[in-house]
Design a protein around this ligand. Structure first.
Ligand code: CU
Length: 369
């Protein structure tokens, strides 16, 4: 099953890409996201699983989780399940959190956001995640641990939706961030991420075309202690902009993914397509499939990814909130009861709780467009 998943993934990548595969040297060396269709760039699933299994165990080892366990069983074992529910759909609909596109986000909000990111980077780690040197890096470490579980299978979208939501809540709870959240409309900047003022000395710092450590902006000189890959070697926050890759984060590519009626087809199209190209197009740490949440841009990219799923869902909400298909890493069919693990950072939830961002169950937000 794992092999067939992998070959399906490769087929999908080849199908939707049809573009020159880019093979670049990234410094520091990190496994590239497997979206170009090039075998050079692919971390084989079996290898990723093996590497994962060989990792020292930190906190809850997701490899020991049973993805078929019922929510009730998990509730008994971790004491966390189902405590996330905070409001009703009606209450949520009356006052949802709105995520504003970067260009619609005020200078004051932008500056508060940069400060909140810096705050999280300056906070000590929870201690639950080995190798993490800050509360910020807890997220990179959690993502690194879960990488094989939540990529190259259809858990990708719900897991990352809840990952971003969890990050948002920690930013609010632990760094006092009290502004609206944000997203980045990559279709406006396809092929030209570096000319957005997001990548300027005022905010995330410059995105240059050659491999470089980030030396300007709010995160100049940042050291990343998670990764590269499955390792734990301190390295700089690096980037290597590639306009040909980010050109794939286009309206036409988005629309081609949205045209899929089946969730699994949509998920593959977007994960291997615009999602992967956005990662590799920023390069460096962002192209490190395991540790990329250490790069602040990760959160801008994954809100863009999440919004794409929401748009797909809104095209047919009666059906697309009511069911899900595809499989998890073990080949088990996803259902609305499939559990989304967050490693103790937030309560675990089910796909049912995150499939509608306005359900008011675990989540309550929408995008400003
Ligand atoms: Cu990821």
């Amino acid at each position: 099953m794992k092999f067939s998943l992998l070959s399906q993934a490769l087929c999908g990548a080849t199908l939707v890409v049809g573009l020159p595969g880019t093979k670049r040297t990234v410094t520091p060396s990190a496994p590239l996201l497997p979206i170009t269709g090039s075998a050079h760039n692919l971390v084989p699933l079996e290898q990723a699983i093996q590497e994962f299994a060989n990792r020292p165990k930190a906190h809850s080892d997701p490899a020991t989780y049973n993805d078929t366990a019922s929510p009730e069983e998990l509730a008994k074992t971790n004491g966390l399940f189902a405590t996330e529910s905070t409001s009703t759909a009606a209450a949520c609909a009356a006052n949802p959190n709105i995520r504003f596109e970067w260009d619609d986000y005020s200078v004051s909000d932008r500056q508060a956001l940069m400060s909140a990111f810096q705050c999280l980077m300056g906070k000590p780690p929870s201690g639950a995640f080995t190798a993490s040197k800050s509360r910020w890096e807890d997220f990179a470490r959690l993502h690194q641990m879960y990488t094989p579980n939540v990529h190259q299978n259809q858990k990708f979208l719900p897991w990352h939706r809840y990952f971003v939501w969890s990050f948002e809540q920690v930013l609010r709870d632990e760094c006092g961030f009290d502004r609206a959240f944000f997203w980045f409309d990559e279709t406006k900047h396809a092929g030209a991420f570096s000319s957005s003022d997001l990548f300027s000395p005022s905010y995330l710092g410059t995105l240059g075309p050659s491999s470089h450590c980030v030396t300007d902006g709010a995160f100049a000189g940042l050291t990343v202690n998670i990764g590269p890959g499955t390792g734990e070697t301190p390295h700089c926050l690096s980037r290597q902009g590639n306009a040909a890759d980010t050109a794939q984060c286009s309206t036409s590519y988005l629309n081609s993914c949205l045209s899929n009626n089946d969730y699994q087809d949509f998920e593959k199209c977007f994960e291997y397509g615009p999602h992967g190209y956005g990662h590799n197009g920023v390069g460096g740490v962002m192209a490190d499939v395991y540790a990329s949440p250490a790069e602040p841009f990760f959160w801008f990219h994954h809100t863009f990814v999440d919004r794409a799923w929401r748009i797909w869902e809104l095209a047919d909400p009666n059906n697309r909130y009511a069911s899900i298909d595809g499989t998890d890493i073990n080949g088990n069919p996803l259902t609305l009861d499939t559990v989304i693990y967050m490693g103790g950072i937030r309560p675990d939830v089910t796909i049912r709780q995150v499939i509608d961002t306005l359900s008011g169950d675990a989540l309550c937000y929408r995008y400003n467009y």
